[in-house]
Design a protein around this ligand. Structure first.
Ligand code: SF4
Ligand code: MG
Length: 327
């Protein structure tokens, strides 16, 4: 499918300051040069442990943070440094659903006003036309139109996330970035919300960038999956290919820790040595070398590039490059 979103060499670094003089003592490598694309009607899952930079990627794409480097293209248009006015049409095409549906809803607004607000802001509908559209959006996400009068606290967590989804849908977006949209919900509710997202995509044909720390959650909704580690993408492949033939040692360890047959089962301890290093001045070379059982001398010095290894399967690891085999 043609690329709707194209991210090239995206970098986001933050200075770390300390002391009375606020001297720069280090750099947070939140996103450290990543490239990926999302096709029309496609869902790309972006998975990795917390702190690996997933949310920074989301916020950079939505232009909520200014990238340090790289380019972001939407429908071929470079939006990386567009000003507010020039950004307006693209802003309409991209919506975000955040992790915490309570924090992202104004407690003093009715659910109907929350969902209808983007229609007002973008001058699309007012009055009766607007309430009809909002009622339709409520039905699309499985809420009753009479619930439009209620306030966020009168809804369950799952229903609040449905309100956020309805608001995201209101402008007929082409891309919805979902940043851990079910992580704050009960496991029993997670599948319902994910199935709703899948149904909506079937009806409207938009694309998702679906971010989660949990491979099991990403597995169900994604067409392709990108695995992130310390600000970098270490592996990308079609979902079935990635799960059947994971090539990066980090992906292999992540997969080994996910009992996919029963997502409610107690998680096994991830088969990775040690903790995630700090993104402040991260390890040299392959950022995973401090935890990798296969690390070689060159892994500490050289940074492996994301390289095509088969049909649409890319991996950033010297081991695969040298042997052509999975580890
Ligand atoms: Fe391990 Fe080296 Fe591959 Fe990095 S490049 S994952 S350290 S073998
Ligand atoms: Mg996050």
């Amino acid at each position: 499918s043609p690329a709707l979103l194209e991210v090239s060499d995206l970098v986001k670094h933050y200075p770390v300051r300390s002391g009375v003089l606020r001297r720069i003592v280090g750099t947070v490598h939140a996103v450290d040069g990543i490239s990926f694309s999302v096709g029309v009607g496609e869902t790309l899952g972006l998975v990795g442990e917390s702190g690996c930079g997933k949310s920074t990627v989301a916020r950079s794409i939505l232009r909520l943070v200014e990238p340090t480097g790289g380019t972001i293209r939407l429908n071929g248009l470079d939006i990386t440094h567009l000003g507010k006015a020039a950004m307006r049409p693209s802003r309409r095409s991209m919506q975000i659903v955040f992790q915490d549906p309570f924090a992202s809803l104004n407690p003093r607004m009715t659910a109907g006003d929350i969902v209808g607000e983007p229609l007002t802001v973008h001058g699309i509908a007012t009055g009766r036309k607007k309430s009809e559209r909002v009622a339709e959006l409520f039905e699309q996400v499985g809420l009753r139109p009479d619930q439009m009068r209620n306030y966020p606290h009168q809804f369950s967590g799952g229903q609040r996330q449905r309100i956020c989804i309805a608001r995201a849908l209101s402008l007929d977006p082409k891309l919805i970035v979902c940043d851990e949209p079910v992580s704050a919900l009960d496991v029993s509710i997670q599948a319902q919300v994910i199935n709703l997202l899948i149904d909506l995509q079937g009806k409207h044909g938009f694309s998702y960038l679906f971010i989660a720390h949990d491979l099991a959650v990403v597995a169900h909704i994604s067409h392709r999956v990108a695995v992130m580690y310390l600000g970098r993408i270490v592996e990308v492949a079609e979902k079935t290919e990635l799960f059947a033939n994971p090539r990066h040692p980090y992906t292999q360890a992540l997969l080994a820790s996910v009992p996919l047959a029963d997502p409610r089962a107690k998680r096994l301890k991830p088969m990775i040595d040690g903790d995630v290093p700090s993104p402040i001045n991260p390890p040299s070379g392959c950022a995973f070398h401090t935890r990798c059982r296969h690390a070689m001398a060159r892994c500490k010095i050289e940074r492996p590039k994301l390289t095509e290894t088969g049909t649409r399967h890319q991996v950033a690891c010297f081991l695969n490059k040298e042997t052509g085999l999975s580890v």
